[in-house]
Design a protein around this ligand. Structure first.
Ligand SMILES: Cc1cc2nc3c(=O)[nH]c(=O)nc-3n(C[C@H](O)[C@H](O)[C@H](O)COP(=O)(O)OP(=O)(O)OC[C@H]3O[C@@H](n4cnc5c(N)ncnc54)[C@H](O)[C@@H]3O)c2cc1C
Ligand code: FES
Length: 294
């Protein structure tokens, strides 16, 4: 089922489709973290980095509502056409605890692509991603795009390439770090921080960003993860006048702009503030727009 919509707003849900997508495979990437591969050729052709999909189990009434998951990557078939969509999920609540029990050949309901996604600036020489916890998921595809390894969207969009892409990735401990080989293959320079010091820097992932902002020419920062981390990244980049975008993981009910369960307070140019819906006006926002509540 696919609907058409106005061509000047390609991120609006009018451009999304709804599919019963067959599970191709599942694998465990890290503690409580899995990658699920869905056969969804049209979705794989349309979706761009930073956009998301809603997933649900078709035959279940509990959970009734879909859950949002960022695009991890798309995979081509043997003829080089986009065929599969990869999602990486952390066990959290009802749906994510059900997903590992699903095997290849079973189906999931998926609707997307949703949200605006990342639009990297045209002159980002050195792009830095700051990810905390499961917040690394939107950055594999974005890294591949920025390093010229893959293109996304229909028609495949052209983004200006970065000369360097650095991933600063923070986790509780080494066993929670998911997808490092994918980031290596995407051409990222990887810097790790763990809360317990079991791998990389013993401390906050924002310490790694502070070092980069001090010593390297950073043109653009994108961040996703716990709100307090993103708020810190927003403050640090604002102080240095470095452009920053945040990808919010606000809880969502409908994913298509109808229920207003996903609103975030944003600052307005005139000095006031308003609510915006993360599912349609986000999930990616300029960091300086967000009225952080932490
Ligand atoms: C745009 C977007 C992209 C996302 N991408 C990913 C991804 O790639 N991988 C991934 O693992 N997760 C991702 N998430 C988060 C994921 O959607 C939630 O964790 C989801 O609730 C999991 O579903 P569940 O049924 O397992 O948990 P639920 O039963 O829905 O929730 C379990 C608990 O988590 C709380 N909760 C629900 N949603 C959130 C949230 N967004 N943040 C914090 N707490 C929440 C609930 O209040 C509840 O206490 C994303 C969220 C958004 C908005
Ligand atoms: S989740 Fe319903 S409006 Fe955003």
């Amino acid at each position: 089922m696919r609907k058409s919509g106005s061509e000047d707003a390609p991120f609006l849900p009018d451009h999304a489709g709804f599919w019963q997508a067959e599970i191709v495979e599942q694998c465990r990437l890290a503690r409580d973290t899995y990658r699920i591969r869905l056969h969804a050729p049209e979705l794989a052709a349309l979706i761009t980095p930073g956009q998301f999909v809603m997933l649900r189990c078709p035959e279940l009434r509990d959970p009734l509502l879909g859950r949002p998951f960022a695009l991890y990557d798309t995979i081509d078939d043997r003829d080089g056409r986009p065929a599969h969509v990869d999602i990486v999920y952390l066990l959290k609540g009802k749906l994510t605890h059900l997903l590992p029990k699903r095997s290849a050949g079973q189906e999931l309901e998926v609707w997307g692509p949703l949200g605006n996604g990342f639009v990297p600036p045209s002159r980002a020489q050195h792009a830095v991603f700051v990810a905390g916890g499961i917040g690394q998921t939107p950055f594999v595809a974005l890294a591949k795009e920025l390093t010229g390894r893959r293109r996304y969207g229909r028609p495949p969009r052209v983004v200006s390439q970065a000369t360097k892409v650095t991933l600063c990735y923070g986790a509780r401990s080494a066993e929670w770090l998911a997808g490092l080989p994918d980031f290596e293959a995407a051409g990222c320079d990887i810097r790790i921080a763990t809360d317990d010091g079991s791998r990389g820097h013993h401390g906050w992932v924002t310490d790694l960003l502070a070092e980069l902002l001090e010593t390297a020419d950073v043109d653009w920062v994108a961040t996703c993860g716990p709100e307090v981390m993103m708020a810190t990244v927003a403050r640090m980049t604002a102080q240095r006048k470095v452009g920053c975008h945040v990808s919010l993981e606000t809880p969502m009910a409908c994913g298509i702009g109808a229920c207003f369960s996903c609103v975030v307070p944003v600052k307005e140019e005139e000095g006031g503030w308003d609510y915006k819906r993360t599912c349609v006006e986000g999930p990616v926002f300029p960091a300086e727009q967000i009225a952080w509540e932490v």
